[in-house]
Design a protein. Structure first.
Length: 409
């Protein structure tokens, strides 16, 4: 990454997320630029729990036990309600277990616990390292992207898989967000060069691509590319068939244009750490999950407006998958704290409801799809560190779960 935007993202998001989002990359001590960026954010918002949490993680990864505990103590004094994920604090657990246990208890006093996720199926192909999820409207089969194997698969009811798009087909890199254009039968796939993908070629790190395939045949329809530094992460489709894709490393959102080119949807730097993206039912608004929460972008004017929330509402930092449902939004929050599923009620009845944040089957979730009044999502997917020098024998089943969704107020 280069430049001020990249440094800011490194501090705010990369500390908390692995490439492609979803936590679990091999821990690495962040640089001084990342720490400075986080501290600058904290000066602007002294009680921002997400920033305090990220600073605690930063200190832990650097081996600064006392520093990590000091940041957690500050976090405990805020209204933070997202709990604490022990996997984020390996050094504290190894070197200061009793102090960490006390800090964890203090942080989790306000943790909103909801155990609602229930297992739907297990995927037999354990080493997929899936990130994106969709559903084939013609067959009802789930579709999963494979960051590890650079492909997209269908998942049968018994958990067996078969390829929709072959490994590395048409220059696919580590596959991330998926979106099906139901009107046109097109599967959009965001993908990026990543250290955990198989059969790495000479594609430079930081290069990203966006592919469109015919869902029925897997044939290539279109391909777009961004140079480094970029991270095309998630994608949504407008009613006219154009795709909008988030660039988490460039603090940018792009839209597909003519001649295989991507054009800015909003100015670079207008959003910080964009990830999940969804289009309103009427096609007039694009919702984007950022490090600071969710913003609404007017498609006609490109005006950006933060989604308003009442005072004291749960924080919405670090949402990965984002979906429109019943006049509101559903988000999978996974960057800081315990992973959870949230329901965002839009104005005039603005608010946030926690739908899941305690189930033991949920670990490192990323994305999902709304099916028959419920969110079917990637509840457990293994962590990237297993593929970066870890032991493949420790791979667990990939678990798909479901959370029921409330109807409109």
């Amino acid at each position: 990454m280069r430049g001020a935007r990249a440094a800011r993202l490194a501090g705010l998001v990369a500390v908390a997320c692995a490439v492609g989002c979803g936590r679990g990359a091999a821990p690495a001590a962040p640089g001084a630029d990342a720490i400075a960026a986080l501290e600058a954010e904290l000066r602007a918002r002294p009680d921002d729990g997400a920033v305090l949490y990220a600073l605690a993680m930063t200190a832990d990864r650097a081996g600064d036990v006392d520093g990590a505990l000091a940041w957690l103590a500050r976090l405990a004094a805020t209204p933070w309600d997202a709990g604490l994920d022990p996997a984020d604090f390996a050094q504290l657990q190894a070197r200061a277990a009793p102090r960490f246990a006390a800090a964890r208890a203090a942080v989790e006093r306000r943790w909103i616990q909801v155990d609602a996720a229930r297992e739907v199926l297990r995927v037999g192909e354990r080493d997929l390292l899936p990130e994106g999820m969709e559903v084939d409207p013609a067959t009802g089969e789930l579709l999963l992207s494979s960051g590890r194997k650079r492909k997209v698969v269908r998942v049968a009811a018994d958990g067996t898989t078969r390829d929709v798009v072959a490994p590395g087909q048409d220059g696919l890199l580590a596959t991330l967000g998926l979106r099906v254009d139901r009107a046109r039968g097109v599967l959009w796939v965001a993908n990026a060069a990543a250290p955990f993908m198989e059969h790495a070629d000479d594609t430079p790190a930081g290069v990203s691509r966006l592919h469109a395939f015919a869902l029925a045949t897997g044939a290539l329809v279109a391909r777009f590319e961004l140079p480094a530094p970029s991270l095309l992460n998630d994608v949504a489709v407008l009613p006219d068939g154009r795709a909008v894709v988030t660039d988490s490393a460039g603090d940018a959102v792009w839209i597909t244009g003519a001649a295989g080119r991507l054009a800015p949807f909003v100015a670079a730097g207008a959003v910080v750490g964009p990830n999940g993206v969804a289009v309103a039912a009427d096609g007039a608004t694009v919702y984007v999950a950022t490090w600071h929460g969710i913003v609404a972008i007017d498609v006609a004017t490109r005006r950006i407006t933060p989604v308003p929330l009442p005072a004291g509402a749960p924080n919405l930092a670090g949402i990965d998958g984002l979906y429109v449902h019943d006049g509101g939004l559903i988000g999978i929050q996974n960057a800081v704290g315990r992973p959870r599923v949230v329901r965002v009620w839009l104005a005039p009845a603005a608010g946030v409801e926690i739908l899941e944040s305690a189930s033991p089957i949920v670990d490192n979730p990323t994305t999902g799809v709304i099916v028959d009044g419920g969110l079917v999502f990637m509840a457990r997917r293994n962590r990237e560190r297993v593929f970066l020098g870890g032991d493949p024998a420790t791979l667990e089943d990939i678990v798909i779960a479901r959370v029921p969704l409330p109807t409109a107020r």
